[in-house]
Design a protein around this ligand. Structure first.
Ligand SMILES: C[S@@+](CC[C@H](N)C(=O)[O-])C[C@H]1O[C@@H](n2cnc3c(N)ncnc32)[C@H](O)[C@@H]1O
Length: 287
C-alpha cells in the first residue's frame, strides 16, 4: 500500500459488490449499503462494469466469498459466537448491516489510512456507526494484531470469528502466518475465513494470462500480490497450527456449491475460499 494513502483495492472490491447488486440483483450476496458506501449511483456502477467485462469473474468471486463468510458467521452464532473481527475491512459494510445488534461485537481492523477514509465515507453516506462496532487501526507489516485488538477492548477469552477477505494475497507470508498463529492460539476457539490463490504456474494458460493482467493492475495500485499457496501445504500447516477443521473450496467446490449447473465447466485451479476452525484449548481445571 502507498504510505498514508487509503487502499485502492478496497475501493475496487466495494465497486464489485455494488455492481453485483445492480447487474445480478445481489443474487449471491445482498448488500443494501453497497452503493451508498461507494457514493455512486446504479447507472454509474453499471456503466463502469460494462467498460471492463473481464471483471465479471472477480465480481462473482467477491460476492461468493462475502456470502460464504457471512453465512459461516450466522452458523457460528448458533454455537455461542459473540465476537467478530473483520481483518482488512476496507469498505465492507457487514458491521453496519449486522442483524444481530449488541449480541455480536464487531471489530474492524484495517490500515490506519484506509480506516480513516472509510469512516469519512460512512459519514458522507450518512451511514451510522453502530454501537457494536469498534475500529482497530493496524498495519499488518509493522504492528501486531494482539496489540491493536487489545487496545480496542477485544476479549481474547471469547470464541471469535475472523473474516480476512481480499487481504492475504497482499501480505508477506510472515505477516500471514503470524496472524494465523494468533488466531489458532485463542483459548476458547476461533474461526477464520480467507481467500487465496493457487500459484500462477499451476493455472491454465487462459487463467494465467488473466491473472498476470490483474497482477499488473493491482501492482499499479501499489498493492502487489505477494503470496500464493499450494492447497495441500497450506492445509497441512493450518492443521499443525491447531485448526482442527479446514474447509478449502477451490474453483470446482465453489462451482458445486454456488453454480451446480456449471460443474465441470470451470478450471480446477484459481481462487480459493477457506474456512478454518479451532476448538480452543482452555482447560477446565477438572480431572
Ligand atoms: C482488496 S481490499 C479488501 C477489503 C475488504 N476485505 C473487502 O473484501 O472489500 C484489501 C484490504 O487490505 C488492507 N491491507 C492491505 N495491506 C495491509 C496492511 N499491511 N495492514 C493492514 N491492512 C492492509 C487494505 O487497507 C484493504 O482494506
Amino acid at each position: 500500500m502507498q504510505w498514508g494513502k487509503p487502499s485502492r483495492t478496497a475501493w475496487a472490491a466495494a465497486a464489485h459488490r455494488a455492481a453485483h447488486q445492480v447487474l445480478e440483483q445481489g443474487r449471491i450476496f445482498t448488500d443494501p449499503l453497497a452503493l451508498r458506501i461507494l457514493g455512486e449511483d446504479a447507472e454509474t456502477v453499471a456503466r463502469k462494469a460494462a467498460e471492463r467485462p473481464s471483471g465479471r469473474k472477480m465480481r462473482i468471486f467477491i460476492a461468493i466469498r462475502t456470502r460464504f463468510a457471512e453465512d459461516a458467521i450466522a452458523a457460528a452464532l448458533e454455537h455461542g459466537l459473540r465476537q467478530v473481527v473483520v481483518l482488512g475491512a476496507g469498505l465492507d459494510t457487514y458491521a453496519c448491516r449486522s442483524p444481530w445488534g449488541d449480541r455480536l461485537r464487531i471489530f474492524e481492523v484495517d490500515h490506519p489510512a484506509t480506516q480513516a477514509w472509510k469512516r469519512q465515507r460512512l459519514l458522507d453516506a450518512a451511514i451510522p456507526i453502530p454501537s457494536w462496532l469498534t475500529f482497530a487501526p493496524l498495519d499488518f507489516e509493522h504492528q501486531t494484531l494482539p496489540e491493536s485488538l487489545a487496545a480496542a477492548g477485544f476479549d481474547s477469552s471469547q470464541q471469535t470469528f475472523f473474516t480476512w477477505l481480499g487481504v492475504v494475497p497482499y501480505l508477506t507470508e510472515e505477516a500471514v502466518w503470524s496472524t494465523l498463529g494468533f488466531i489458532a492460539n485463542l483459548p476458547n476457539g476461533a474461526h477464520v475465513v480467507f481467500d487465496y490463490s493457487d500459484p500462477p504456474a499451476s493455472l491454465s494458460v487462459e487463467a494465467r494470462i488473466m491473472h498476470e493482467r490483474r497482477a499488473v493492475r493491482v501492482a499499479a495500485l501499489v498493492e502487489a500480490f505477494l503470496n500464493y499457496f499450494d492447497s495441500n501445504e497450506l492445509q497441512a500447516k493450518l492443521k499443525a497450527l491447531g485448526f482442527s477443521e479446514v474447509e478449502d473450496m477451490g474453483p470446482p467446490q465453489i462451482a458445486a456449491r454456488y453454480f451446480p449447473n456449471r460443474v465441470g465447466t470451470l478450471p480446477d485451479k484459481g481462487g480459493h475460499i477457506l474456512r478454518a476452525t479451532t476448538r480452543g484449548h482452555q482447560t477446565t481445571g477438572k480431572g
